[in-house]
Design a protein around this ligand. Structure first.
Ligand code: ATP
Ligand code: MG
Length: 311
């Protein structure tokens, strides 16, 4: 199938889920069970495979060109499938040009700094893809839902008011604008799982011994704050969705569909960058020809003689 056709299909998959303007955004307009008419896992697997292969080609050029970098932000409730999406979508990627950072509860050292500090340190360099498994958005999600966390962030009290969430959201939007103007492509994925599906997945983790390790009692605790989290996500997406740094609200009740949409969104964005291998100018071509001749001549001279070898 020609690339143009594939891209059209890809767009059909991502278009309903991309948010480039947060004004009026409502989470309830997005259905976690959506699959865009695709019902067959097998068909999805084929499409995903094609996407993963394409992604690998784009990454190779991204790395060779060494100009753009890509930041992929993953946010979600527990068991929405962040880890497995990252694993599947990036399966064809050369590890040399890609790194994953998982952000947990901040360390003492991290709390001694401004809230973006630890994330800035992990930004991808040019030519590379950086994946944030959780991100600076936690600062307006978990910290907003559990405001006692804020008290441990060592801020001067006079700087803490009820405006702090709006201030942080503005700072995040400005930070992302800054990054995009520096050549970092920013894509943000909210894996949108329903509360019922989360319950099902938690039960699987409890019932299946090989999944027990994934379960943490705190997951059940966080579930009680579901509505607060949804409100915080909604506010965050409203305040930070832009053309330059879009959000994708990815239906996450069907893992196979989640992976497909994420892969499609990344491929489509990289394709739009019109990446290519560095062009070779006339002078470099002369250099390549000289190197080639030198190598071939080396071959003609043959292997070293027995006497040389002994010595
Ligand atoms: P998994 O459960 O799949 O291993 P995870 O990302 O949920 O992955 P956990 O170790 O379970 O990892 O949880 C990390 C915890 O760290 C989450 O509860 C998250 O809300 C919390 N966290 C992340 N960033 C911050 C932050 N800036 N301040 C406070 N807590 C944070
Ligand atoms: Mg967890």
């Amino acid at each position: 199938m020609p690339r143009k056709e594939i891209l059209k299909e890809t767009r059909r998959l991502t278009e309903p889920f991309v948010v480039t303007n947060g004004k009026g955004f409502r989470l309830k307009d997005f259905d976690p069970r959506e699959t865009r008419g695709l019902i067959e896992k097998g068909e999805a697997a084929q499409l995903l495979e094609r996407g993963v292969r394409w992604l690998a080609e784009e990454q190779d050029m991204l790395y060779a060109q060494d100009r753009w970098s890509v930041l992929l932000v993953f946010q979600a409730m527990d068991a929405a499938g962040k880890d497995s999406t990252i694993k599947h979508v990036m399966s064809g990627i050369n590890p040399q040009g890609c790194y994953v950072s998982s952000f947990k509860v901040p360390s003492k050292e991290e709390l001694e700094h401004d809230f973006l500090w630890r994330y800035v340190k992990r930004l991808p360099e040019r030519g590379c893809i950086g994946i944030f498994n959780r991100s600076y958005y936690e600062e307006v999600l978990v910290v907003r839902v559990h405001q006692d966390i804020l008290a441990h962030q060592m801020l001067p009290p006079e700087l803490v008011s009820e405006r702090i969430w709006d201030e942080r959201l503005t700072e995040i939007a400005n930070f992302e604008d800054y990054l995009t103007r520096q050549g970092t492509v920013v894509l943000k994925f909210f894996l949108h799982v329903s509360k019922e599906e989360q319950k099902k997945r938690f039960l699987e983790r409890l019932d299946q011994p090989d999944k027990n390790w994934k379960f943490s009692p705190s997951d059940i605790h966080e579930r009680q704050y579901w509505d607060d989290y949804m409100a915080a996500f909604e506010e965050a997406i409203r305040a930070t969705a832009s053309k330059r740094a879009p959000w994708f609200v990815v239906p996450a009740d069907n893992k196979w569909f989640t992976r497909l949409v994420v892969a499609a969104a990344i491929v489509e964005t990289l394709e739009r960058l019109d990446l290519h291998y560095p062009r070779v100018d006339a002078q470099k071509k002369v250099g390549l020809a000289t190197a080639r001749t030198a190598l071939l001549q080396e071959k003609k001279q043959g292997a070293p003689s027995a006497r040389t070898r002994k010595a």
